[in-house]
Ligand binder design. Sequence first.
Ligand code: BDR
Ligand code: CA
Length: 315
Amino acid sequence: RKKVIIDCDPGIDDSLALMLALTSPELEVLGITIAPGNVEVEKGYKNTLKTLQILNRLDIPVYKGEDKPLSRELQTAYETHGQDGLGENHYPLVKIQDREETAVDFILNTLQTTHQVSIIALGPLTNIAVALISNPEAFLNLEEFVSMGGCFKSYGNCSPVAEYNYWVDPEGAKYVYENLPTKIHMVGLDVTRKIVLTPNMMSLIHRCPSEKGKFIEEITRFYMDFHWKYEKIIGCVINDPLAVLYFIDRSICQGIDAYTTLEIHGICRGQSVVDEMNFWKKKPNTCVLTKVDQKRFFREFFLRVLNADETFLKL
Ligand code: BDR
Ligand code: CA
């Protein structure tokens, strides 16, 4: 099994990504670290525990991360994810984990003591940047790094050129892109925009009742309304689970290798700049994903998360 730390900011699609990761036998999730992003860290921490509770996996350790981006104030995304960050269902929290270790300490300790550990980052790259700044050597042991963020040919979702995770902490993202010794797999809006959970899929989930299915229905309702209200999309784009499935199975996406960095100032704040034509003569540091098999994504998603059988998948 592939050993992995998941850094996230739940967030509706982060919660779905955790569901996918923890129902995938290929993964050993060593711990979950919380980044400041969609919601403040305290709320993201609680939303993670609520998700783990639905999955009956409260044994997975969760660590709170930095409370704000590297050099800015946090800009949350309540209008997208709701006031509680999980579609305003206000799920009650049953049990809190008692942990002293911070997200950054957990990441560094794990990299130093365990072989072949990878990281999947589903939020702003703040925790990763802080860990990398404080102990760059530890990252020489990092096996693979997948980040949901950025956009290449596609337009942004926070500005014409910027995607939310990199827009929120552009300095953090830039630091990671320019200093991480491991290749970055950029799962950006070019591919995640194709992953639209539709009302049809929701009615299938509804017809096969289960606790997990009910949770998915409840948390995505608000997210669907948001997509219709702001983008006139029927359904909702679930970005983060694609990064998890791509980590498990590379053949779900295709991309190009190119040197990539971030713009941090002015109207291009948070833009991921991909040097596809190699103007800068720099060694590619990133695999930028450009194509995805969305049909296969949903098949795997439902198979894993809902234990769906072939009849369900054919409907
Ligand atoms: C990213 O922004 C967040 O709102 C989502 O959780 C996802 O990680 C998409 O731009
Ligand atoms: Ca996220």
